[in-house]
Design a protein around this ligand. Structure first.
Ligand code: PLP
Length: 395
């Protein structure tokens, strides 16, 4: 089948909720994807901050072979397997957490976190303590609970009513958070760096203030690190760059190098409130995915790897700033999670980049987003920025 035939087949049979460009991706190598016509695309999207080790990575391939060789792609969570236990131990060793629960995606992890927070509050508070405080511009997922904490009418309105009990304050405004806080709030959820909302880092004071507010009201502080976690910022966990610890952290996207997985990391006091049967999933934490995830996290947790991410992130920011384009108002982010605030629509730049063999993302109407594989090279960063520079000059 040629590209057009595949696209026609897709249009006939796949639900049309994604707007896709007119090429068909076929294979990947390093930080490059190739379409069915053999055209190469330098990938600064990484499956939306997923493919941290790029494509066809020998270590990931080996881990997949090892996991596949057991013959156990899946066994039920009714039974113990070593890969799940090992991955949980690694996540605990490398974070604030005492316990981990696995899920299937970012949204699924946040749904679980909300349930855990309500369970904790029921054991320590009172029946009305079920409210969640979330923030303007946040993105926590598309399921009924996570969507309720994602204040976007376009995403929410067609599906109302959502999970009740979510209230909002202004991101990076601790006074606004304080005004929304009371003894009925069981959890505060925040992205340390907002991703879909446009790459907005939280300030240190804001996260510190939320920590204090949560403690004051015996609410749980949840950091949604689905996009900014697992090395993306040049710290294994974004919170480690802030020195403020949550009670629960949700992770997903890059955790298994491209296989679907989510994880809820928590303190012992949260774990103590959860009892057998309180939450479960058929597939989550299966031995295949968790074996591969262990390899991915182990590689990324290496301080030399993380320092390299930081250095390459600095280079990306510097080069984007050096473009000196009148359309660029600000370049912001942390590590290899970088947003370029434009005074024009970002979508046409993303489209023009396809023609030139570059994949970039947008984050909101005016922000161009770079979340490349963490293994991207300096030369590839230079190439990506040069391409964006050419497009901006033509505009
Ligand atoms: N939380 C954050 C911060 C995200 O960026 C995303 C996805 O972009 C999600 C949650 C939802 O993750 P998933 O698409 O895996 O459900």
């Amino acid at each position: 089948m040629n590209a057009q035939e595949i696209i026609d087949l897709e249009h006939e049979n796949v639900l049309g909720v994604y707007g896709r460009p007119a090429f068909v991706l076929e294979r990947g190598e390093g930080c490059t994807l190739y379409d069915t016509e053999g055209k190469a695309y330098l990938d600064c999207v990484a499956g939306i901050a997923v493919n941290a080790l790029g494509y066809n990575d020998p270590g990931v391939n080996r881990a997949m072979q090892e996991a596949g060789a057991t013959g156990m792609l899946h066994v039920s969570n009714l039974y113990t397997t070593a890969p799940q236990a090992r991955l949980a131990a690694l996540l605990c060793e490398t974070s604030f957490a005492d316990k981990v629960h696995f899920s299937l995606s970012g949204a699924d992890a946040n749904e679980g976190a909300f349930k855990f927070a309500r369970r904790y509050a029921r054991e320590h508070g009172h029946d009305e303590k079920y409210h969640i405080l979330a923030f303007s511009n946040a993105f926590h997922g598309r399921l009924f609970g996570s969507l309720a904490a994602t204040p976007r009418p376009k995403y929410q309105d067609p599906f109302l009513p959502l999970m009740p009990g979510v209230r909002f304050a202004e991101f990076n405004d601790i006074e606004s958070a304080r005004q929304q806080m009371d003894e009925n709030v069981c959890a505060i959820i925040v992205e340390p760096i907002q991703g879909e909302g446009g790459i907005y880092p939280a300030s240190q004071q804001f996260l510190q203030g939320l920590r204090e507010l949560a403690d004051e009201y015996d609410a749980l502080l949840i950091f949604d690190e689905v996009q900014c976690g697992v090395g993306r910022t040049g710290h294994l966990w974004a919170y480690q760059g802030y020195g403020v610890e949550p009670d629960i952290l949700t992770a997903a996207k890059p955790l298994a190098g491209g296989l679907p997985i989510g994880a809820i990391l928590m303190r012992q006091k949260v774990a103590d409130a959860m009892h057998p049967g309180d939450h479960a999933s058929t597939f989550a934490g299966n031995p295949y995915t968790t074996h591969v995830a262990h390899h991915v996290v182990d590689r990324i947790a290496d301080p030399a790897f993380l320092a390299d991410v930081q250095a390459k992130g600095d280079l990306l920011v510097d080069l984007l700033e050096e473009l000196n384009s009148p359309h660029i108002l600000e370049v912001r982010g942390e590590g290899l999670m970088v947003g370029v605030q434009m005074d024009i629509d970002a979508a046409p730049i993303m489209s023009a980049a396809y023609d030139r063999g570059l994949l970039v993302l947008i984050a909101g109407p005016n922000v161009l987003r770079f979340v490349p594989p963490l293994v991207i090279s300096e030369d590839e960063i230079k190439q990506a920025v040069a391409t964006v520079g050419e497009i901006l000059q033509e505009m």
